[in-house]
Design a protein around this ligand. Structure first.
Ligand code: PGA
Length: 256
């Protein structure tokens, strides 16, 4: 299956940035520009506290809106956490799982990932499951091993019939927010490793439905060349997704 048989997916992760007014402005601007957006999927992952307002503004457009994290239980004594069903209830249709900041700043272990991905799917949220090696792991030639271990945990409760709702994001930790992007060759190699692993895990037909995004210092200047890599199905963008001027050219990477 050629890579463009999978719809390109361009996602913005706001992290803990913007405020309510600027969030809504940005959604309005992008919504206005998207039209029917039929040939690409565009989504924002927003602070959970703004989800209800953002999804209300995004309504009637193809723009997807998601949360940045969930806990895997549906209820209970988990102070400060949010269940997948709660994000769904306020209009989110997707969620990030295992973002590198969750793993490295908040020390989320691999063991949680499979349950989080499962909880998202069971509450009708489309997960983007994030994987990626640290600089130390890359220098120690452990990239492949780390990616496979992370995939193993995230896919722990996945069945082949879940594949069409699943996206993986490859985000090398050393390229996130650093201005340093992986070389196209590094991106391609990691993406091929991920796809090969998916084929082994769920079979070729199901694996063909899983999109693999690249993230890590994506900007208007490099979006086109990264998207030209055959194994790349989309982009997960942090800093450059915070303003229309920097994000729209990434969404329209092929029109420049
Ligand atoms: P960045 O973040 O584009 O600012 O490097 C990417 C991400 O963390 O998803």
């Amino acid at each position: 299956m050629s890579h463009r048989s999978r719809k390109p997916y361009i996602a913005g992760n706001w992290k803990m940035n913007l405020d309510r007014a600027r969030s809504l402005d940005l959604i309005k601007t992008v919504k206005g520009r998207l039209g029917d957006g039929g040939d690409r999927e565009v989504a924002f992952f927003v602070p959970a506290i703004y989800l209800a307002d953002v999804t209300a503004v995004a309504q009637g457009s193809p723009l997807g809106v998601g949360g940045q994290n969930i806990w895997y239980e549906a209820n209970g004594a988990f102070t400060g956490e949010l269940a997948a069903r709660m994000l769904r209830e306020v209009g989110a249709d997707r969620v990030l799982v295992g973002h590198s900041e969750r793993r490295h700043v908040f020390h989320e272990p691999d063991e949680w990932m499979g349950k989080k991905v499962r909880a998202a799917l069971d509450s009708d949220l489309l997960p983007i499951y994030c994987v990626g090696e640290t600089l130390e792991e890359r220098k120690g030639n452990r990239t492949d091993r780390v990616l496979k271990k992370q995939l193993e945990s995230g896919f722990e409760k996945i069945r082949p019939e879940d594949a069409h709702r699943l996206t993986v994001a490859y985000e090398p930790v050393w390229a996130i927010g650093t201005g340093e992007t992986a070389t196209l060759e590094q991106v391609d190699l990691a993406h091929r490793t991920i796809r090969k692993w998916c084929v082994q895990r769920v079979g070729e037909e199901a694996a063909n439905l899983i999109r693999v995004l690249y993230g890590g210092s994506v900007k208007a200047d490099n979006a086109k060349e990264i998207m030209a890599v055959d194994s790349v199905d989309g982009l997960l963008v942090g800093g450059a997704s915070l303003q229309a001027e920097t994000f729209l050219p990434i969404i329209e990477y092929d029109l420049r």
